[in-house]
Design a protein around this ligand. Sequence first.
Ligand SMILES: CC(C)(COP(=O)(O)OP(=O)(O)OC[C@H]1O[C@@H](n2cnc3c(N)ncnc32)[C@H](O)[C@@H]1OP(=O)(O)O)[C@@H](O)C(=O)NCCC(=O)NCCS
Length: 179
Amino acid sequence: MNDDTAVTTATTQPGNALSVGASTLADRRGIYDILLHSGIFNQSDAECVDQMFSEAFAKSSDDNYRFISCRAGDQLVGFACYGREALTHGTWDLFWVCVSSSARRQGAGRALFAEVQRQAACAAECVRLIVIYTSSTDQYAPARRLYESMGFTRAAVVLEYYAENDDLFIYTQRLARKE
Ligand SMILES: CC(C)(COP(=O)(O)OP(=O)(O)OC[C@H]1O[C@@H](n2cnc3c(N)ncnc32)[C@H](O)[C@@H]1OP(=O)(O)O)[C@@H](O)C(=O)NCCC(=O)NCCS
């Protein structure tokens, strides 16, 4: 899976070197635990991602989910899951991103995003658009700030989509056309 994912490095603070690359099977439990202890997702969310992870490894294809992991040294500190949005031409969806609660605000989220953007820019297919669906609630404020800091803009709001007083925010980023 994700054989074309280069290992990229990002240094956010002196001595804090992060690396991002394709997830490996050994990351499965760690990803599950990061979600479970995220303070935001619950067990059924973790199981949903685990199922996606298992599908991604069972059949590696351009249509399947792609997982990347972020490490500080050899420790898994976060992951992202992204891939083609079904029934579109050139639209990718960033389905999940989560950083271990003890490793936040050290650049892992930014490093994961940068790698998804890099993958989209050099994909064989022409990726025109990256889309993210998220919630309007306070606990997702860090995520929204991250998306905005990475150049995403809020393209749509669906009022009370998730629940009362919990709107759906759709963020998008258009990618430059390949020559
Ligand atoms: C959102 C999340 C992935 C960010 O990861 P992170 O590694 O902490 O983010 P980074 O350190 O790379 O931060 C990058 C930028 O995002 C913004 N940001 C991140 N966390 C923030 C916070 N708590 N408050 C305000 N801005 C924040 C800032 O602009 C930050 O840049 P800066 O540190 O230079 O100010 C992390 O908070 C997380 O896992 N949250 C729980 C899961 C979640 O909400 N996932 C998204 C679901 S849709």
